[in-house]
Design a protein around this ligand. Structure first.
Ligand code: NAD
Length: 467
């Protein structure tokens, strides 16, 4: 969901972005509010840096490994700043930084394969892979560092240079990451720019950019694709999700309840591939609601910097308003809150972890992406109904099936219309696997070799076998 943007710092209009700590609701930092016309010089420098960066794959591997080391060395500073501006518990920030370094290391050692093709004629074709040039990454506020790394690690490993724009809600940790990476990478290989929607729109349409890789909401993804059409740049879109978890009738509720709860509530539910709807057999529905509600009522909610916190605040005021609105709408539509259902008193953007039952399927909390700490649990009578409902939205990012008979669970998972289906867990990814949504959840493929090739173009040389 596109959200309105942060306030400008009073008295310095158009110059700085105010950055709010979601645990207090107060501004604690600022970042440059760069303007679209600043991008020409940035892209020009990225283009000049590209000629050196593309030339030497061995130097690239060395630099990217050094970049991973530098990220780990700066881990404490990055983690505190990330928690401060994003809200997530400190342990989750450390995990995000570890994943950032892991992406750099993984792609540092990945290389495209040159292939030779013969077709019986006295000639062969050799397929070599070439980088695209300066590319752009535009990312959201839920995992600012790891989502950026999922873009810059393959792009740089492929020999491109990159201009990276974080969300205006979370520019600070990304700026710090940019300066940490600059200690290991040649100048202008990766440039972080910060600003609002017009800066993103110009970046997406800039004639010097050859690939726009975007993660964010569906409406903004459409705008990015339209903007990139101006220069016919390649586009990769990783968009929203409304993942369903389908519980089978042989599921052991006690065994899976913790995993299911965290699959929905990690990062305060602000995960593209979080469980956003649960379908439980009618016979087990009350037990599932009770198990999840008990966890929602007792989980430690608080500022991410507090050691005991497991669930932080929602990241920003417009998103909190959205979560509150879809919850109120569900309650007005006849739902009952088995836990939560309201904002928490006090400063900051806190919302009580919420489990909803008796929700009509048409209510936005089921039909759309809530992207917050609210989970509807819906009963079903026939498995076909549950599969049809799981597949019945415009999204197709992920989905999961939970049960004791793994073969049966896998057969049901195979019927889900999405990019990734999990059995008895959700949202686990390996660096080596492809990641792609179907329907409105995305265009193009990220992850593993697919992510690398997404940042390359084939260059084919035909030659006869003999002179
Ligand atoms: P958003 O679409 O509002 O913003 C994403 C980024 O786009 C931000 O940097 C923003 O400044 C920029 N932007 C805004 N308007 C733009 C424009 N016209 N042109 C270019 N850039 C523009 O998304 P958000 O609210 O920051 O993030 C939440 C959304 O991201 C959710 O829908 C979530 O599901 C999705 N998401 C998807 C994935 C995935 O991998 N599929 C991962 C994380 C989040």
């Amino acid at each position: 969901m596109p959200t309105s943007e942060p306030d400008r710092v009073p008295g310095r209009r158009a110059a700085r972005l105010a950055v709010v700590d979601p645990a207090t609701g107060e501004t604690f930092g600022e970042a440059p509010d760069q303007q679209p016309d600043e991008l020409d010089a940035v892209v020009d420098r990225a283009h000049r840096a590209w000629h050196g960066w593309r030339a030497d794959p061995v130097a690239r591997t060395t630099a990217l490994r050094a970049a991973a080391d530098a990220v780990e060395t700066a881990g404490d500073d990055l983690a505190r700043l990330l928690t401060r501006e994003q809200g997530k518990p400190l342990a989750e920030s450390y995990a995000e930084i570890a994943r950032t370094a892991a992406r750099l290391r993984y792609f540092a050692d990945l290389a495209p394969r040159t292939r030779r093709i013969t077709d019986g004629r006295p000639m062969h074709s050799e397929i070599r892979w070439r980088p695209l040039g300066p590319v752009a990454a535009i990312v959201p506020w839920n995992f600012p560092l790891q989502l950026a790394a999922a873009k810059f690690a393959p792009a740089l490993a492929a020999g491109n240079t990159m201009v990276l724009k974080p969300s205006p809600f979370t520019p600070l940790a990304t700026r710090l990451l940019g300066s940490v990476l600059a200690t290991a990478l040649p100048e202008d290989v990766l440039t972080v720019v910060t600003g609002r929607e017009p800066l993103g729109a110009r970046l997406a349409s800039h004639p010097g950019i050859r690939h726009v890789t975007f993660t964010g909401s569906v409406p903004t993804g459409r705008a990015v694709a339209e903007a990139a059409a101006a220069s016919l740049a390649r586009v990769t879109l990783e968009l929203g999700g409304n993942d369903a978890a389908v519980l089978l009738d042989d599921v052991e509720v006690d065994r899976i309840a913790d995993r299911l709860f965290w699959a929905a509530f990690r990062n305060c539910g602000q995960v593209c591939m979080a469980v956003k709807r649960v379908y439980a057999p009618a016979r087990l529905h009350a037990e599932v609601v009770e198990a999840l509600a008990q966890r929602a009522k007792t989980v430690a909610v608080g500022p991410g910097l507090n050691a005991e916190t497991r669930l932080g605040p929602v990241n920003n005021a417009p998103q909190l308003a959205r979560v509150e609105q879809v919850t109120k709408q569900a309650l007005a539509d006849g739902a009952r809150a088995a836990a939560g259902g309201h904002r928490l008193d006090g400063p900051g953007y806190f919302f009580a972890p919420t489990i909803l039952t008796d929700v009509p399927p048409s209510s936005p909390v089921v039909a759309e992406e809530q992207f917050g700490p609210v989970l509807p649990v819906l009963p079903y009578r026939r498995l076909d109904e549950a599969v049809a409902a799981a597949n019945g939205t415009g999204f197709g990012l992920g989905g999961s099936v939970w049960g004791t008979d793994l073969d049966r669970a896998e057969a049901v998972a195979d019927r889900l219309e999405c990019g990734t289906a999990w059995i008895n867990h959700h949202a686990e990814l390996s660096l080596a696997q492809p990641f792609a949504g179907v329907k409105n959840s995305g265009v193009g493929v990220a992850g593993g070799l697919w992510g690398l090739y997404g940042n390359l173009r084939p260059f084919v040389v035909h030659r006869p076998q003999e002179a």
